[in-house]
Design a protein around this ligand. Structure first.
Ligand code: GLY
Length: 563
């Protein structure tokens, strides 16, 4: 942090920075970037009623549960990275799903020890105990200013009145129409007579509205106890799942100390385990920093970025899991000496085959999730990534709840040490155990460069981490926020041993330079990610925000209504 002195001047706190100029200490405007315009509007509705960023975050998350049901929801979980302006306090609220008490390491294997993929991703057995309602309750009680009755009101209204289907909804529903059709309660809500609804069709969710109302009235007890809990458990068990009332009642969020590191003068704050995001991104950035402090020529940058990713993702697979269950060498992974050692194994002229780096272990992850970023006019910050895992999670909805359950259990390694359906294997650190949280890649992040604050994150399974890393590198280069969200993306996750890239990357000079060094560069066939980002430029007293052009999201920056 390069701030030297903070003092009051005519009721405005200003900060003097190392570059000499005085900077107002609060943005004066608010910004929200989310994956759906109705969710961004819900957040502003709450700011306009006197809520802070934390209240607005609850409103955005709840609205996304309604209008983006394929990405996140009351049947899922997430990580909420917070910065409170008045005292600089920062924390991560871990609302990741937990394995039910009856879960076991081999629960997705058949009698011959073969992993049954369908069980791990579809239906109630695939669902962890959700954390979302507990997050709302916790956020409101510890950080917000408004009651849940107020912050959940926009989402309840959206669930009752419905929202219109558009092309994005149709695409995501198309991926999961067969699974949704297995479960009548889900099919009734999200399909039109068993088919993907036409654009303009209205999705109404009266049962979900009632669940949200129960949380608004009773806090966490409205979801984890009483009639809602009974319906959830009854529905799950009737369809072959293993949840109990005790599992729900026992669920608690946990505050975790965020992962903090530095890159090119910026203080990077990101998600802690059970997310792998902060550790993997910072290990990779630390490796890059070994080369001229991270200021790398255009020709070498793609190669070094890929090699840094390759090494950091290898360590993800080797070491990371739920910190309540496994000891992880976090200090070592984030140390400068370790980054030096990892960087020393990089050949500037040749790609390192992943197999040369040691044991081939990695994990498989889902592809649908959501992120939003909030900055309020007082400088409070929220960066939240949430998920139900695959589109529409497990596809299962217990009757009478309107809650689509996650399939986050698939983020565990279903069979540690052996290849899964995709030829990948996972480590023991991420094996299934009762009450354990599956390893995640969700990487809500902010970076404080002193004169600029960047807030960013994205969905995208295991590619989340590399996308956020590329976004941080754009921010470090002083690029505008639109560039962070729209840049062409490439990715290496150690295994498979290839650079996965968007089609637009394939003919670039960067792709050529990777191929020349021996990398296999493959197009993933479509654009990926849905980054939501905010930049507070303290030096120029400007706030800008952007929503990824790949999605249908919306970013708004404006003054809030006078209170
Ligand atoms: N299910 C996506 C993640 O947690 O990384």
């Amino acid at each position: 942090m390069r701030w030297l002195i903070a003092f009051s001047l005519l009721f405005t706190v200003v900060t003097v920075q190392a570059d000499g100029g005085p900077h107002p200490d609060t943005p004066g405007k608010a910004a929200i970037a989310s994956a759906h315009p109705l969710a961004t509007a819900a957040g502003f509705e709450i700011l306009d009623q006197g809520g802070n960023a934390f209240d607005a975050a609850i409103a955005v998350a709840a609205a996304l549960a309604v209008v983006e049901p394929y990405s996140s929801g009351m049947g899922g979980g997430g990580f909420w990275l917070l910065h409170r302006h008045k005292d600089g306090f920062e924390t991560m609220v871990d609302a990741r799903e937990k394995a039910p008490g009856a879960a076991s390491a081999t629960m997705y294997q058949d009698k011959d020890g073969k992993v049954v993929r369908d069980r791990a991703i579809n239906g109630p057995l695939a669902a962890g105990i959700p954390g979302q309602a507990a997050a709302f309750d916790y956020m409101a009680r510890h950080y917000g200013k408004l009651p849940l009755k107020t912050s959940l009101a926009p989402a309840i209204r959206l669930a009752e009145q419905g929202f219109e289907v558009e092309d994005h909804y149709r695409t995501l529903t198309g991926y999961r129409v067969d699974v949704l059709n297995r479960y009548p309660a889900a099919a009734r809500v999200f399909l039109d007579h068993g088919k993907v609804p036409d654009a303009g069709y209205r999705v109404r969710q009266p049962d979900l509205a009632k669940v949200l109302q129960a949380i608004a009235d009773k806090g966490r007890a409205g979801f984890y106890q009483g009639p809602v809990a009974s319906k959830l458990v009854k529905g799950v068990r009737a369809a072959g799942g293993i949840w109990t009332l005790q599992d729900l009642n026992n669920y608690q969020v946990k505050e975790r100390k965020p992962i903090v590191g530095h890159f090119r003068g910026g203080r990077v704050v990101s998600a802690a385990p059970p997310s792998s995001g902060g550790i993997v991104m910072l290990e990779a950035l630390n490796i890059l920093s070994q080369f001229n402090g991270g200021e790398i020529s255009e020709d070498l940058l793609p190669h070094l970025t890929v090699e840094a990713m390759r090494r950091a993702y290898q360590d993800r697979a080797r070491y990371l899991g739920d910190p309540d269950f496994v000891d992880m060498p976090v200090d070592k992974l984030l140390s400068d000496s370790y980054a030096k050692q990892r960087a020393a194994s990089i050949d500037l002229d040749h790609a390192t085959p992943s197999s040369d780096l040691g044991k081939p272990i990695t994990v498989q992850e889902g592809h649908h999730t959501t992120h939003f970023s909030v900055l309020d006019q007082d400088g409070n910050v929220v960066s939240t990534t949430m998920s139900v895992n695959l589109p529409f999670g497990s596809g299962f909805m217990p009757a009478g709840t309107g809650v689509i359950l996650n399939d986050e259990m698939d983020d565990f390694s279903s069979k540690p040490g052996s290849p899964n359906a995709y030829g990948l294997v996972g480590s023991h650190a991420n094996a299934i155990a009762p009450g354990k949280r599956p390893l995640s890649s969700m990487s809500p992040t902010f970076v404080d460069f002193g004169d600029r604050l960047a807030i960013l994150g994205t969905p995208g399974g295991s590619r989340i981490i590399s996308m956020v890393m590329l976004g941080v590198m754009e921010a470090a280069n002083g690029k505008p926020v639109d560039d962070w969200v729209s840049r062409v993306r490439f990715h290496n996750q150690y295994l498979p041993d290839e650079v996965q890239a968007e089609p637009a990357f394939m003919d670039t000079a960067a792709a050529k330079s990777l191929r020349l060094r021996g990398d296999k560069v493959v197009s993933v066939g479509r654009r990926y990610g849905n980054m939501q980002a905010i930049l507070w430029d303290r030096k120029h007293h400007a706030v800008t925000a952007a929503s990824d052009p790949r999605g249908i999201g919306h970013a708004t920056v404006r003054a809030v209504q006078p209170r």
